[in-house]
Design a binder for this molecule. Structure first.
Ligand SMILES: Cc1ncc(COP(=O)(O)O)c(C=O)c1O
Length: 403
């Protein structure tokens, strides 16, 4: 069963075969940071590097033409994944969620918005960028609360002519923005815009973003089973309104001494200055095809994730001294122990092959300033996780937290 020569398990019990390369002693529970890549995604990027390693958007030779076709296919796959119409939305690629948010927020016009609104339970990629946005626009910034179900609590005054930037799913406790639809409706009525940080939503909870009418959605392909890449979905109207200030090769049709014209028919390029990560873009297309067809043990990916998340949550919940932050099970579970420091727990777990995260997960304001919590330990499962991983993790946690 275990092939020592190349360290590959040939027939692991209860693991999706696309992750057969994971050795049975490694329990990777840091999917919220970046997911494991299924074999078809790894094959797609290898195939690009070994068979048609060309740039896109610039060349007439065969390899480049294939890249262009695959990149366009991926843009369509992304929009289809969320059932968003191509006549209204554009899909562009960048480095990660953080870059996507920065690209949009730093290019928003200075005279269109009167306030910036976010929530207290945000990743630094939202929290810090909204601080900078409010400074640049010289407007006030609202940091709102969410209720225990993840709904953003707001008044009409706090969203009037506002740039509202919030996550769809939290990277601390998996809390979902359940009132997303109403929020978008209300913000639009109040002449504002909504930018969604979908970093934790796209892999396992993308259904909540289907037909979403947000003005922009940013996410990271590396958190949805593809290789490292950022994705921006943006309404054409918002894209047109941006002051394009991140500019360069691959986006202009004409250049004069002191002026230039952007490609009128290739709006995606307006957010893509310079050469892009073509292999990574192509791998994202493959991951979407995989995510929409894979049936882990006969279940939809979301249902499989719910099942193993609940098993892990229930097991951890029973361990004495542990305080779980989640209200409900989720692919992301954060906790602390009354007596044992989270960083120590992470080191003990690592000694047995279990990989978790400890600290504040780039949510310093909420966890440290607001709640004054000690460092946390975070477990995040993925489609590669199997029941053996869950059992081992619970047993190890019981052992290492025993007084
Ligand atoms: C909710 C959330 N938003 C934004 C980010 C930032 O993603 P990236 O580091 O890929 O830019 C993360 C990363 O963990 C996240 O979990």
């Amino acid at each position: 069963m275990f092939n020592k020569k190349n360290n590959i398990i040939q027939n692991p019990i209860d693991r999706l075969p696309e992750f057969n390369y994971i050795d049975e002693n490694s329990v990777y529970l840091d999917t919220a940071c970046q997911s494991m890549r299924p074999q078809p995604v790894i094959d797609a990027i290898n195939n690009y590097y070994t068979n048609y390693n060309a740039c896109g958007g610039r060349v007439k030779y065969k390899w480049g033409q294939k890249v262009d076709a695959k990149v366009e296919e991926t843009r369509e796959l992304v929009l289809n994944y969320l059932s968003l119409p191509t006549k209204e939305f554009i899909c562009s690629f960048t480095l990660n969620t953080t870059y996507g948010l920065n690209l949009i927020l730093s290019q928003l016009p200075t005279d269109s918005y009167e306030q910036v609104t976010t929530s207290e339970i945000e990743h630094n990629s939202v929290f810090l960028t909204t601080i900078e946005l409010a400074k640049r626009l010289k407007v006030k910034r609202n940091v709102l609360k969410r209720d225990k179900d993840g709904n953003l609590i707001y008044s009409t005054d706090e969203i009037r002519k506002a740039v509202v930037v919030v996550n769809a799913v939290s990277n601390i406790d998996g809390q979902k923005l359940n009132n997303i639809e109403q929020l978008i409706k209300d913000v639009h009525q109040a002449e504002g815009i909504v930018v969604i940080d979908a970093a934790q939503a796209m892999a396992h909870y993308h259904e909540m973003l289907k037909k979403c009418n947000a003005d922009a959605i940013c996410f990271s392909a590396h958190k949805m089973y593809a290789t490292s890449l950022g994705v921006i979905i943006i309404k054409k109207d918002l894209l047109k309104s941006l002051n394009k200030s991140f500019v360069g090769g691959g986006m202009v049709t004409g250049v004069q001494k002191n002026n230039y014209q952007l490609f009128p028919d290739d709006m995606a390029s307006w957010l893509e200055p310079g050469l892009q990560a073509y292999g990574e873009i192509i791998s994202l297309g493959e991951s979407i095809k995989w995510l929409t067809t894979v049936k882990p043990f006969g279940l939809k990916p979301t249902d499989y994730i719910s099942k193993i998340s609940k098993q892990l949550y229930d097991g951890l919940y029973e361990i004495s001294g542990i305080k779980i932050l989640n209200n409900i099970p989720s692919s992301v579970i954060s906790l602390y122990h009354e007596k044992v420091d989270a960083h120590r727990l992470a080191v003990f777990l690592s000694a047995t092959g279990i990989m978790t995260r400890s600290g504040y997960f780039c949510c310093h304001y909420y966890l440290l300033e607001n709640l004054s919590l000690p460092p946390l330990l975070r477990f995040s499962v993925g489609l590669h996780t199997n029941e053996n991983d869950i059992i081992k993790t619970i047993k190890t946690m019981e052992r290492i937290t025993k007084g």
